[in-house]
Design a binder for this molecule. Structure first.
Ligand SMILES: *Cc1c(COP(=O)(O)O)cnc(C)c1O
Length: 386
């Protein structure tokens, strides 16, 4: 089976992890700060907090921004459930903004309309989580402008987008948001096994997230309520978690960061090749937002139901039977049973639901060979043939 995504692990990665295994620290040593610095310097942000997953990063980002009961968090229905669940963890309520039909990202026009209505009804969101689906940046300039008019905070879910650029600058630099999140799950662009990171240019937010990562405990005298009792002393000043990343993970991350730009460039070569090979098939290939450079975590095609003899499910099943590990990103979150129980219904976000009925993620990862890519295209040609 050719998977839709997979990690690449080199000898340098293995050596870096083994070196940590032989060192004094498996956790809370020098590698986590080194990994944070590597990412911060690459994307040109000020502060980073590495954690054990992007889900944890989303959670502490919401808490650091003060999300709580009575508040609303809005995100895209076409995302992994974690982008929405982080709001529920904080006791807030969640709502969605329908997607743009070309980028499949949260639509800034739909956002504006929904904000106007929410203002009239007195239920404006506290936090918006735009998700850079497939690595393609959202329309951040427009979203940022709306945040200033309506007073909400922005957490970019850039789980798909490390190494991508918006208006010539790396995603994660925080020009249009309060916090940006990256994921290092093995199917993403670089990996630490499991892992995530929250980036910000705000020192206070960075400090709060660092506290929340580790039980809300500080050893920093300036953060304590009174003078230290002695060299053993620490204080718990907030209710945090154990969301720490291990030293082994961070060492792998530092090593993978050396190849980030190369990985994204390889994904672009593959995407251009797919664009050409698929040009004569009855499918819609990805559209690129002008003045942006996608991280290209995913290459999503859409079937054109009126031009295909086969249904979406038939094409999908045929590809799987032919050994192509296609996937579907994502099932609209509001149609998940847990969300239906909150009152969401099928039909609430029609553009997202139409996308779900047509989308297929083709294999896309830096180690995918041209031969394998040709196999994918041949299998797809066969699958869509009536
Ligand atoms: C993968 C992913 C997450 C969660 O990442 P983890 O590191 O697995 O917790 C969140 N949002 C999006 C859009 C993702 O793709």
């Amino acid at each position: 089976m050719i998977p839709y995504g997979r990690q690449e692990i080199t000898q340098a990665d293995i050596d870096a992890v083994v070196e940590v295994l032989r060192s004094d620290f498996l956790t809370q040593g020098p590698m986590v700060p080194r990994f944070e610095q590597a990412v911060v310097q690459h994307v040109n942000a000020k502060y980073a907090v590495a954690v054990n997953s992007a889900t944890s990063a989303l959670h502490i980002a919401c808490l650091a921004l003060g999300l709580g009961p009575g508040d609303w968090l809005w995100t895209s229905p076409i995302t992994f459930v974690a982008s929405a669940n982080c709001g529920l963890y904080c006791g807030a309520r969640v709502d969605f903004v329908d997607i743009d039909s070309r980028t499949y990202n949260l639509c800034s026009k739909a956002l504006e309309r929904k904000l106007q209505q929410a203002e009239r009804e007195g239920r404006l969101p506290k936090i918006l989580v735009p998700v850079h689906l497939c690595g393609q940046p959202c329309d951040m300039a427009a979203i940022h402008k709306l945040s200033q008019r309506y007073g909400f905070k922005i957490i970019e879910d850039a789980s798909h987008a490390i190494g991508g650029k918006y208006h010539g600058e790396f995603i994660g630099n925080g020009h249009y948001s309060d916090i940006t999140i990256f994921s290092f799950h093995p199917v993403k662009i670089i990996t630490t096994g499991e892992g995530g990171m929250a980036l910000t240019n705000n020192a206070e937010l960075a400090n709060r997230m660092a506290l929340l990562r580790s039980h809300g405990i500080t050893r920093e005298p300036s953060q304590m309520t009174h003078a230290s009792d002695g060299p053993w002393y620490y204080q718990q000043i907030d209710l945090g978690f154990n969301y720490r990343m291990t030293e082994l993970q961070a060492a792998l991350g530092v090593s993978q960061m050396n190849r980030l730009d190369q990985y994204v460039a390889q994904r672009h070569v593959l995407a251009r090749r797919y664009d050409g090979l698929l040009a004569n098939l009855p499918v819609i290939t990805p559209w690129q937002l002008p003045d942006s450079y996608s991280g290209l975590h995913l290459y999503v095609i859409r079937l054109q139901p009126d031009k295909n003899g086969k249904s979406h499910k038939q094409v999908f099943e045929s590809l799987r039977e032919q050994g192509i590990g296609v996937n579907l990103h994502y099932i609209p979150v509001h149609t998940q049973p847990y969300y239906l129980k909150m009152g969401f219904k099928s039909g609430d976000f029609p553009e997202a639901e139409r996308y779900y009925a047509e989308a297929i993620s083709l294999p896309m990862y830096s180690g995918l060979s041209e031969v394998q890519q040709d196999q994918v295209v041949a299998a797809l040609s066969k699958a869509v043939a009536a």
